[in-house]
Design a protein around this ligand. Sequence first.
Ligand code: FES
Length: 175
Amino acid sequence: MKLKKEKKEKEREERGENPQNASKEKWMKIFKEFEPKKENIISILQCIQAEEKFNYIPEEAVHALADYLHIAPSKVYGVISFYTMFSVIPRGKYIVRVCASAPCHIMGSTTVVEALKEILGIELGETTEDNLFTLESSSCLGLCDGAPAMMINDEVFRDLTGERVKEILEGKYHE
Ligand code: FES
């Protein structure tokens, strides 16, 4: 699959097509699904991030979106930095977000984080070498009744223990 993609990219380069333009075309296609209104910024950013291979919002996309919405790039960066779900740094296929707010902390989120660090071999804010997992801490995920809690992409996990974390990662997230 990867080789096929690389071959395609090489062919495009040989045809003199600029990969940057290809990205711009891709983003414009996303933008056009939304009216150029500021209230659509979060939905557009979610779509851009979902489209990007490394789960992030590239700098060029920020500028293209700012142009589309007729706002300063700093406003787009402001939204990105406000929401922990967005990143301008390339990340793994799976984003593991562990709640670090008080109720989860009291119920043992530190143990959960330590287990994740040990299993994945990375610290908070880092991505595994195979680009599969990025480990992040988060403020309340709205799952306080199941503290300590975490999310892996859109999937939620409650009542975690170190052992449970191991089972989850060695289960369907094991590739
Ligand atoms: S405090 Fe952890 S999910 Fe709300």
